[in-house]
Design a protein around this ligand. Structure first.
Ligand code: HEC
Ligand code: HEC
Ligand code: HEC
Ligand code: HEC
Ligand code: HEC
Length: 327
């Protein structure tokens, strides 16, 4: 008995979608989503439909680029207007300086910052939706987009050469995923899965299965009476910018070589830091040698090297690479 209405719905929904897709009507359904200035929508609103992307972005550094404590301190509680453009922008699509948003600044680099382009929401996929869209905009697949704000990193990426085969920022910092662009019911049923990108903007996920981006190796290790000597060689084999990279904030990567005993306790340790400011960062294809010499005892068991991205207070640490050698 309920068969009929269900059938009607099954035909009606795709039909309605088709009408939406191919008519200009779609452009006026949600005009508030492309407002600028004081009416600029919150990203939460985008999250009503683009649930997965919203959840990823919310956890990303872009979502906290305005409220994070380092930014607050360095701008003396938002006194320097010049700084706000990149940290809470209205839109990156401007030929002049990026202007700060008038509202929702606490959202930092939000959805509109990157997607509001000339009164439409633009993106790289062949999407059709209920709000104004510029589809197949391939600028989104280029590093230039990120370079609007990541000026220094973009410059070193450009200089890294190998132009054609070179990976873009998105290839590494926005992992590919096949999924629907929206997750809300029931509308998502009529949209196909597309080649999308996770909005993580982090490097944390890069090291699973991608070990050859950074290489740590022990060379010339010798054991003599009471001594273990050798050299740790670091090589940036695959990251087309320096490690660490960036123009602002605190940028330190700590390299350690430790001598461990059988119980895994540290018997001896050396440490060296790589900084952007001090020009000790490891450039693309660059190598660096760190010699070490430890006193050896009965208990000496293994040498272990790590490379860790750290924060000013040493409270946020990301392991970038590690290696061990048994003695
Ligand atoms: C509108 C300016 C802007 C654009 C465009 C932009 N970013 Fe960012 N990005 C920032 C700001 C500001 C931060 C600092 C956030 C923080 O740590 O508080 C940041 C942080 C990051 C970080 C984390 C850095 C760290 O120290 O952990 C990564 C990775 C990143 N962005 C990647 C990208 C990629 C990839 C793109 C292009 C798809 C991009 N960004 C586009 C402004 C931008
Ligand atoms: C009412 C639900 C809804 C809301 C709210 C919404 N969107 Fe969409 N959006 C869609 C649908 C549906 C599509 C098309 C999906 C498809 O074709 O696979 C779409 C497509 C897009 C695209 C096109 C991607 C491309 O590659 O062409 C972008 C970009 C986008 N939305 C961004 C946003 C932003 C930013 C917001 C918030 C300001 C937002 N959307 C709010 C439903 C919504
Ligand atoms: C081949 C993969 C790859 C590509 C391409 C790439 N990155 Fe990275 N990026 C990494 C890795 C791995 C790290 C982690 C090392 C680190 O944190 O210093 C990183 C770190 C970063 C950081 C954090 C800085 C820091 O010191 O932690 C930023 C910001 C960044 N990348 C931006 C970019 C931008 C912008 C582009 C494009 C111009 C880009 N990346 C291209 C792999 C890549
Ligand atoms: C820092 C810039 C930036 C921010 C912030 C951002 N995006 Fe994107 N977005 C991109 C880029 C770049 C792509 C295309 C990546 C590619 O295809 O290589 C993209 C792709 C998309 C797409 C097309 C499908 C896909 O997954 O590739 C949609 C839809 C979308 N974004 C919605 C959103 C929404 C919603 C938000 C806020 C929750 C958001 N974006 C925040 C840069 C951004
Ligand atoms: C051209 C765009 C741009 C401008 C202008 C800008 N920033 Fe940033 N800021 C970034 C980007 C991109 C990052 C991410 C790391 C990097 O590449 O340096 C960042 C990161 C930071 C961080 C690190 C946040 C963290 O989580 O560790 C601080 C602090 C910061 N900026 C302060 C400032 C101050 C202060 C000003 C003004 C003097 C300023 N920024 C102006 C783009 C900008």
């Amino acid at each position: 008995m309920f068969d009929k209405p269900v059938k009607v719905l099954q035909i009606f929904l795709p039909l309605f979608a088709l009408i939406l897709c191919f008519s200009q009507v779609s452009c006026v359904v949600y005009p508030e989503l492309v407002e600028k200035g004081l009416k600029s929508p919150k990203s939460e609103r985008c999250g009503d439909c683009h649930r997965d992307i919203y959840a990823e972005w919310k956890e990303s550094p872009h979502a906290s680029s305005f409220i994070n404590s380092a930014f607050r301190e360095e701008t003396n509680e938002y006194q320097f207007a010049f700084c706000i453009g990149c940290h809470a922008p209205e839109t990156i699509f401007t030929s002049e300086k990026i202007e700060p948003r008038g509202v929702n600044r606490e959202e930092g680099v939000n959805c509109s910052s990157c997607h509001l382009n000339d009164c439409k929401l633009s993106g790289p996929t062949p999407a059709h939706g209920p709000h104004p869209i510029t589809e197949k905009n391939l600028f989104y697949r280029t590093s230039e987009l990120c370079g609007k704000c990541h000026v220094g990193t973009f410059k070193t990426w450009q200089e890294s050469g190998a132009a054609e085969g070179r990976k873009t920022c998105q290839d590494c910092h926005m992992p590919a995923i096949k999924r629907k662009l929206i997750q809300d019911d029931p509308w998502q049923k009529i949209y196909p899965k597309r080649d999308g990108k996770q909005h993580l903007f982090s490097s944390g996920t890069l090291f699973h299965g991608n070990e050859n981006l950074l290489k740590l190796s022990f060379i010339q290790v010798t054991r003599s009476e009471g001594k273990i000597e050798g050299v740790l060689e670091l090589e940036n084999t695959g990251v087309p910018h320096s490690i660490p990279t960036g123009d602002y904030g605190y940028r330190e990567v700590v390299v350690t070589v430790a001598l461990l005993d059988k119980a895994g306790r540290i018997a001896d340790l050396i440490r060296e830091s790589l900084f952007v400011e001090l020009k000790t960062a490891l450039p693309y294809k660059g190598k660096k040698c760190i010699p070490f010499c430890f006193r050896r005892s009965e208990n000496s068991f293994v040498i272990k090297a790590t490379m860790v991205r750290t924060s000013f207070h040493k409270d946020r640490n990301v392991l970038l690479a590690e290696t061990t050698r048994n003695l």
